[in-house]
Design a binder for this molecule. Structure first.
Ligand code: N6E
Length: 202
């Protein structure tokens, strides 16, 4: 059956090549009125990826990229570079890799998360108050003594889009969660690969 490329969820736009979706049949996307902007940055070097183990706050105990809120007066790219420096101690030539829209119970806004990646960095990777950085292998079986990406300790559905970041394929996606805070679970998700970076337009 041909894919229906008009099914892009509310809040996203793009020049789709294909998509994957899942969740409870018949469930609806959450309504939202406000959007808050966040960043999330990944350094990928050969077959290694740098993740951080979050020590406090939202997503505590999960592994993730480095990022946080975009402050007033800064661009999303500036915020991404600032957060990478604050949380992992490094500078990197970050490039926009995708957009994740994330909705959850208990807040009345949508998280718009600009995802960034870089193939190189400068400085020394350092633990911060917020994150403990750790290298993982991008291969399922691990490499050079490194474990594979710990998807079971990350936000559910990250495994739908992190491989796209690693493969340098531009994407947009949305995941709607239900339940309280760190116990929340995704009930509906959708991730689409785009033809080109120009297509980002939310
Ligand atoms: C499916 N859901 C999700 N999947 C993957 N990543 C997610 C996410 N939902 C939030 N994130 C990331 O979690 C960080 C929170 O940032 P958070 O620590 O609250 O921000 P910030 O550092 O500005 O906070 P404080 O300085 O402590 O106030 C930020 O990188 C954001 O992109």
């Amino acid at each position: 059956m041909p894919e229906d490329l008009n099914v892009i969820p509310p809040g996203l736009k793009g020049n789709l090549v294909h998509y994957i979706s899942g969740g409870e049949e018949g469930s609806l996307w959450k309504e939202y009125t406000n959007v808050r902007y966040y960043t999330n940055a990944f350094v990928v070097q050969g077959q290694k990826i740098l993740l951080g183990h979050k020590k406090r706050g939202w997503g505590q105990e999960k592994y993730n990229g480095f990022g946080g809120k975009v402050d007033a007066g800064e661009t999303s790219l500036e915020a991404a570079k600032r957060e990478l420096k604050e949380e992992a101690g490094i500078d990197a030539p970050l490039e926009h890799a995708g957009i994740l829209l994330f909705l959850t119970d208990g807040v009345d806004w949508a998280f718009h998360i600009d995802i960034y990646r870089a193939d190189s960095y400068s400085g020394e990777v350092q633990e911060s108050e917020e994150m403990k950085p750790e290298w993982f292998s991008t291969l399922p079986e691990g490499t050079d003594g490194l474990s594979s990406i710990p998807y079971s300790k990350m936000w559910e559905t990250d495994e739908c889009w992190l491989p796209l970041v690693i493969a340098n394929k531009p994407f947009v996606g949305r995941a709607d969660f239900v339940g309280d805070k760190d116990k929340s679970k995704p009930y509906k998700w959708w991730y689409g690969v785009l033809k080109d970076e120009e297509a980002f337009d939310v």
